[in-house]
Design a protein around this ligand. Structure first.
Ligand code: SF4
Length: 220
């Protein structure tokens, strides 16, 4: 695992849990609003991976204070040994594990779920599945596959829709609705970029979902 850094305690990352957050290095997407560009793809100064002994020691020190770990990034599912790492965390510490993902590697998500190595998944919905290729150069079918795997798994999850105007619009939401499920917990987020929507527009997006019966749609 290539981990750039650790946030020792987070009260907000893992819903209703106290967690330690690990930030993995590298991502297979290049979102213009990325919150963590310098460890995801914009390696002006190459991030140095932490030693795994150091990571495990840090987790060990947090035992008794945390309920689990959150693995964020970057994109955790491109890490070759993500499954082994989660297995090790479960075996050594018995902690809950949350994984943030852009959904591009459904087979990894499937394995995490089948092997009971993940307790919470946060999946990004960046645009409609048919627009992923044009917007981000990745196959939207994989994101849809990940979504369906997660939705049908029984593992607790949330969807996060960052509202970057080039990627999200009322038309895009109309394209998404036939694929999503009204029981989804969906968070509409303002994007970390000067090119963004105002609060009123985010409210409008939320209302579109609410009118379609999505009772668990929130704005972050
Ligand atoms: S998928 Fe996430 S980590 Fe990767 S570039 Fe986009 S916002 Fe950044």
């Amino acid at each position: 695992m290539q981990i750039a850094g650790v946030q020792k305690t987070s009260l907000i990352d893992f819903p209703n849990k106290i967690s330690t957050v690990l930030f993995t290095i590298g991502c297979n997407m290049k979102c213009p609003y990325c919150h963590n560009k310098q460890i995801s793809f914009d390696f002006v100064c190459p991030p140095q991976p932490m030693l795994m002994d150091e990571v495990f020691s840090l987790i060990q020190e947090r035992l008794g204070f945390i309920d689990g770990i959150s693995i964020s990034g970057g994109e955790p599912t491109i890490q070759k040994d993500l499954l082994d790492f989660c297995f090790e965390v479960k075996k050594r510490f018995g902690l809950l594990i949350k994984v943030d993902t852009n959904g591009s590697n459904p087979h990894v998500i499937d394995e995490l779920i089948k092997k009971k190595l993940v307790d919470y998944l946060a999946l990004d919905i960046k645009t409609s599945f048919q627009r992923y290729k044009g917007s981000l150069g990745v196959d939207g079918k994989n994101i849809l596959k990940s979504y369906n795997i997660i939705k049908d798994s029984g593992v607790d999850y949330e969807l996060r829709m960052t509202c970057y105007p080039d990627f999200i619009s009322t038309e895009v939401i109309d394209e998404l609705l036939p694929y999503l499920n009204y029981r989804d917990r969906l968070f509409i987020q303002k994007c970390n970029n000067e090119n963004t929507y105002d609060a009123g527009q985010l409210e409008l997006f939320r209302n579109i979902f609410k009118e379609q019966g999505y009772g668990q749609t929130g704005i972050r």
